[in-house]
Design a protein. Structure first.
Ligand code: FES
Ligand code: FE
Length: 459
């Protein structure tokens, strides 16, 4: 039985129904629940804030949001990345009013308190002579600091200083994520500042979709498959589309990735002779998006042989990191012979019960040739960007679900996650995690809600 009971007597069990695998639409609008989510999820889990390539030099900073908490992400004189709450401890003004830049000192415009990029208090005007004097310990006057972890150069932070390490938080999904984010010697770089737009929906509408909802592709993105944008053709779109089959990987932390067979996707466009080929030969035939032939040896240096073998045959392509990240590593060729290669991350940042900021990060390997970076950027913008053809489909649906969540009757409708087949290890599979082979189904998204339940119910 859940410990969490809202003021009107509704318990978490009334909202997330673990017996029947349903979720009440009320979860999308309830304000009390939203406030609890901010404390129990967004102040507790690791959140994505950007990439270290955005702030290469000491003093470089970007300003981002950890849900509704605004933070300064800055590189200190020590070379490390620091994340500090952008709230002046004096009277609560925002200390840094810019979005990005380089500063040795961040000074609050209200009364002039000054802070280092790492959040430490430096001083205030006439502080020693006429204000605090020596009575107050300066260490107590700094900005509130978050715990930071860099993963493949991605900047993650959490307010949960004593909570799980980042690796513990990632759990079994790390093996698969490493194949996307930690595969070359110099790693990834962000292609320009992230794109952003705001949508009128609760963060959990796109959030639960990022729990590897492969099924919606068949219908919502059908026109893109018909047009060959998403690696399908008019003849094969229905349930034969290769993007619908693979191995969905998930874990109890709520993260998931859909691993899709590269060979099947490519076979639709050209006869790719995979039979009897080694991993290296397969990689040369496919060259995963963003990887040039020259970079292939680096894959073997940075990943295990099993990880590279997976990348060459059934690479992780789309999924999410709980609570609010979508991962899209688009591998599909286009019917015009080009590649739809893109690597992007979306962060769905809550801005109130009915508002979400969609922050889209676009990547390429640092060592990729300039032309390839331009192609990746273009592909990402066309496909998974804020105005991309894929995201326009999704952004069409989410606000409508939200409207439905408000009706006196419709608010009590339940979302059904009953296409559950249970996990099963395919023969010869090497990585860990909960594995769901075959046609995509509801299991990974239901795991997303179970992770949500656990965090919300924790005391
Ligand atoms: Fe920042 Fe007073 S609020 S110096
Ligand atoms: Fe979609």
């Amino acid at each position: 039985k859940s410990k969490l009971v809202l003021r009107d007597g509704t318990s978490l069990d009334d909202l997330i129904m673990r017996e029947s695998n349903e979720v009440s639409l009320r979860v999308m609008t309830d304000e009390e629940l939203y406030k609890l989510e901010m404390e129990k999820i967004f102040a507790k889990t690791w959140l994505l804030l950007g990439h270290e390539s955005e702030i290469p030099e000491a003093g470089d900073f970007i300003v981002r949001d950890m849900a509704e908490d605004n933070v300064i992400v800055a590189r200190g004189q020590d070379g490390d990345v620091h994340v500090s709450l952008n709230v002046c401890p004096h009277r609560g003004m925002r200390v840094c009013l810019g979005e990005a830049g380089n500063k040795r000192v961040h000074q609050c415009i209200y009364h002039g308190w000054a802070f280092r990029p790492n959040g430490d208090f430096i001083g205030a005007p006439v502080e020693r002579e006429k204000m605090h004097g020596n009575d107050v310990d300066k260490k107590t006057l700094g900005l509130k600091k978050a715990r930071v972890h860099l993963y493949g150069g991605l900047i993650f932070a959490t307010w949960n200083v004593d909570g799980p390490s980042f690796d513990e938080y990632l759990g079994d999904i790390k093996y698969y994520m490493d194949q996307l984010f930690c595969r070359t010697n110099r790693g990834l770089e962000l292609l320009g500042p992230p794109q952003r737009f705001t949508l009128p929906c609760n963060w959990k509408v796109p959030g639960e979709q990022s729990g590897s909802d492969g099924f919606h592709t068949l219908t919502l993105h059908r026109s893109l498959m018909e047009g060959g944008v998403m690696g399908g053709t008019a003849e094969t779109i229905y349930d034969q589309a290769p993007g619908m089959y693979g191995v969905d990987v998930s874990c109890e932390q709520g993260h998931s990735l859909r691993c899709l067979e590269a060979e099947k996707t490519f076979k639709m466009f050209a006869d790719v002779p995979f039979e009897g080929k080694s991993t290296r030969e397969r990689l040369e035939l496919l060259t995963p998006p963003g990887i040039t032939k020259d970079m292939i040896p680096e894959l073997f240096e940075n990943l295990t042989e099993d990880q590279v073998a997976q990348l060459a045959t059934i690479p992780p392509q789309v999924g999410g990191m709980f609570p609010n990240i979508l991962i899209a590593f688009i591998f599909a060729p286009r019917t015009d012979g080009g590649s739809s290669g893109a690597l992007s991350l979306h962060a769905y940042v809550p801005k109130g019960p009915d508002k979400v900021e969609f922050v889209n990060y676009l990547f390429a390997e640092k060592d990729a040739p300039e032309q390839m970076k331009r192609d990746m950027l273009q592909n990402s913008i066309w496909n998974t960007g804020t105005s991309g053809v894929i995201e326009q489909d999704d952004a069409d649906v989410w606000p409508v679900i939200m409207k439905n969540a408000r009706g006196a009757v419709s608010k009590d409708m339940t979302l059904k996650y009953q296409a559950l087949h249970g996990h099963e290890r395919p023969e010869g599979w090497v990585g860990e995690g909960l594995l769901y082979p075959g046609f995509t189904k509801d299991d990974t998204q239901w795991n997303w809600w179970l992770a949500y339940y656990d965090l919300m119910d924790a005391v």
